[in-house]
Design a protein around this ligand. Sequence first.
Ligand SMILES: C[S@@+](CC[C@H](N)C(=O)[O-])C[C@H]1O[C@@H](n2cnc3c(N)ncnc32)[C@H](O)[C@@H]1O
Length: 248
Amino acid sequence: MEWDAKKYNTTHDFVFKYGAGLLELLPKESKKVLDIGCGTGALTSQIAELGHEVTGIDQSLNMINQAKESYSDLSFLQEDILNPSDQIGQYDVAFSNAVFHWIPDQELLLKNISEHLNVNGQLICEFGAVGNVQSLREAFGRELNALGVPFEEPFCFTSAEDYRILLEKNHFEVLEILEYERPTLLKGGKDGLRQWMEQFYSVELGELSEDQKEEVLENMERDLKSWLWKKDHWEADYRRLRIKAYKK
Ligand SMILES: C[S@@+](CC[C@H](N)C(=O)[O-])C[C@H]1O[C@@H](n2cnc3c(N)ncnc32)[C@H](O)[C@@H]1O
């Protein structure tokens, strides 16, 4: 899918604001860091401010162009981590926030990361855990079902236990793996839920007619109101996995 970088920076900036906590896991001394799925570059620039030599990569041209425009002194490449080119190079740390759950082939992802890491290089990442935004996903699935539209889940959400096994199988030693609940305020007041859907399920919603889309979003707002609406905003039931591992 292609990203709306402007909307991401204004309405969904919670993604990199929450991701800032992950920066604390970075080594204190200066390292070569690859920011995988850097998006609009907000965390990439904070990594640089911490004194690291950082390159941001993202498969989305919109995101990379926005990152280059905002942080013209930093290095950004349009690259798909599942099909990387030689220009990426070698790193001490692979960093990534809110990206891995978008990637269906996790074995290939870890293999490619490993190839761009030096021996003993670190992997520091955070992404959606099993059960992430479960109520939203289930409600959307029910609505599409009712319309007779097939729903294929675009996300891959894993448990700490399963991801530890996957990392070890792919020659990483796990130093830290944390699965936690992170209730997340959606900006936009009463429109917050539909704005979140329009960003993160843009492909699926784009396949519906305008009337169908409106019906789906209205039904979701009605059905989810009793547990996700908090007086003046929507709160999504986010669950995350935070990981620090190194390449053996
Ligand atoms: C939710 S955004 C997170 C962006 C950024 N890390 C942040 O914290 O703001 C997910 C990003 O992952 C990127 N992405 C998804 N799959 C990718 C892949 N295979 N290779 C590179 N980037 C990818 C998307 O283009 C998008 O910019």
